[in-house]
Design a protein around this ligand. Structure first.
Ligand code: ZN
Length: 272
């Protein structure tokens, strides 16, 4: 059977036996897939610099019909994101966005999710603020994956909340202060600024999301909502959240976009 070429973004690479790799990746046509790269650890010739998480690559697959597992015949690197590997907050945000894309990427609709992930990685590589980017892209990916939030009008009375609102995690939408008692719990508080940023995240095209900046208070609120929503609605917790939390605890919460040079200096000082 001849191999089929596909664009892919690598999500995870695990060793398999003596010489093989088990590779999880997302594709625009079929969503998240797993495949075996035989002898990839002994001979790198067929996969030069390909099998690294977050790399944008082209893969040649020879899957067998009705089998879950693909075979990776060869691969080519299209774009690596070396800047992410030098910057833990951006790497952690990228890891969460990539894992979420994999969770949401059913074959139908995977193309838009794939394109959004590629955008997110490129913007983070260019120095986008990690928390703002994570929030805007996660909300965007959730909308693409069928989890559009009702943020503009109260779930109960249909009016736009004028002040602070209450977001119901099970219902995926807001209640105004008057109707708060009718909302299913658990819920999180949402101030007007956070609500507007999340509305924009779910409505703007992916290429404009990196313009959305969540100030620290809105970022904290947005992250609380996102964490609770994903924990409630996804079949399993995102492993990358743990990494994201560890990095956040170590480096301090920051919504700022720092020039790359400043970050490098901070890292090298830390290492000395
Ligand atoms: Zn209401």
């Amino acid at each position: 059977m001849s191999a089929v070429q596909t664009p892919a973004i690598i999500l995870k690479v695990q060793t398999l036996g003596e010489a093989d790799c088990l590779v999880t990746f997302v594709t625009p046509a079929r969503g998240r897939l797993q495949g075996v790269a035989r002898h990839a650890r002994k001979s790198r010739r067929r996969f030069p610099n390909v099998l690294e998480p977050l790399n944008r690559v082209e893969l040649w697959l020879s899957g067998r019909p009705r089998r879950e597992m693909e075979f990776l015949e060869k691969g080519e690197l299209v774009r690596a994101f070396p800047g992410l590997r030098r910057d833990l907050p951006r790497l952690a945000a990228a890891a969460v966005v990539a894992e979420l894309t994999g969770e949401l990427a059913a074959p139908e609709g995977a193309a838009a999710l794939f394109a959004a992930l590629e955008q997110a990685l490129a913007r983070l590589e260019e120095g986008a603020a990690p928390e703002s980017l994570l929030l805007s892209f996660a909300a965007h990916l959730l909308k693409l994956g069928g989890y559009g939030w009702q943020l503009k009008r109260c779930l109960a009375c249909g009016r736009e909340p004028t002040g602070p609102a209450h977001f119901s995690i099970p219902q995926g939408g807001v209640s105004c202060q008057e109707c708060r008692g009718k909302a299913a719990s658990p819920g999180v508080a949402l101030n007007p600024g956070t609500r507007k940023l999340l509305v924009a995240s779910q409505t703007l095209p992916a290429e404009r999301l990196s313009r959305l900046i969540f100030p620290p208070r809105q970022a904290a609120q947005g992250l609380e909502l996102l964490r609770a929503f994903l924990a409630y609605h996804l079949p399993r917790p995102l492993k990358a959240w743990e990494f994201f939390d560890q990095v956040r605890a170590r480096t301090g919460a920051s919504g700022a976009a720092l020039p790359r040079q400043e970050n490098k200096t901070a890292t090298s000082q830390e290492e000395q």
